[in-house]
Ligand binder design. Sequence first.
Ligand SMILES: O=C(O)CCC(=O)C(=O)O
Ligand SMILES: [Fe+2]
Length: 311
Amino acid sequence: MSAAHKLSSASMHPATEHIDALGYHVFENGVNVDDAAGLLAAIRQTRVFDASLFLSQAEFDANPQYTGVNPRPGRNLLDSFDDYLGFVEKDPAIVDGLTAVLGEGYELLNRKIVCGVPASAVPAWLKRRITDNPVNNLGAYVRPPYRDVTYFYGIDFHQDIIDFKDRDADFVTLYVYLHDVTKHDAPLFLLEDSHSLGATLFPHDLTRRSGGWTYSDRRGSSLPTKQKMLTGPAGYAAMWHACTLHGTQPDAADNERLSLRYLFAKAPGATDAGIDAVNANLRGPARLTTTRTDLDATGAAQVKGNSVNKV
Ligand SMILES: O=C(O)CCC(=O)C(=O)O
Ligand SMILES: [Fe+2]
């Protein structure tokens, strides 16, 4: 932890310390690997993760819909495995870490399956259309019954608060890998300490430097940030602050990457949450009224360009 950061002794849990100092925390033992493999097999039973996921160009162009294309209550494949999810949601180390950071009574805000779509599964017409878009969430192009999972073909560096204008960064993202993720499986890239400038507008101001990036908040502060690649075995679990910059490159492997993505928030009124101590150390705001400028009024990309693909 840098000398500039101060946490009260009540906040001295490794998960809180790591999120304060670096913006993320890796759970040393992950979650049960056999349970992760079992869930992965069950997910793979539901569909083939290939080009059959997608609308044809003519079908898409007849009526382009860019919003309402993500999992939602009633159309969320992960919810159908509710009975099975104790291996994550009740794992003692996960519960302990979340309780330290978010306080007793923390809440599940959102959970879903994320698929990193392999290059081989993306139709050529679609690849041409989306190359270098900053956010390649493919939901708009996916056949409606399959929109119970979120599909990415890379996403530029962003903060997960991007989806929560007018909300404080009082939540964390928990990611769980269901199979081994190497550098070839579209691993998450995190920018260390990037949370410390608080919430900033997407697309972010990042300039490449050796081993990482210079990150500016466009408010007069900037910092050098190291890039951390999250690779690990099945059951690997990590969580990060809502202002921690992270992204993925398009999946160059032959196989899809299937992961679990959870958002957990502090309970209203919790007084014992480490996140409050972390946020007191931020050098910028913990919330924004506008979080992104890359979309037009229909939700289509109106900005091209992408940093994470230049890593
Ligand atoms: O899984 C990915 O490819 C990136 C996803 C991500 O950053 C997110 O879901 O917020
Ligand atoms: Fe994210």
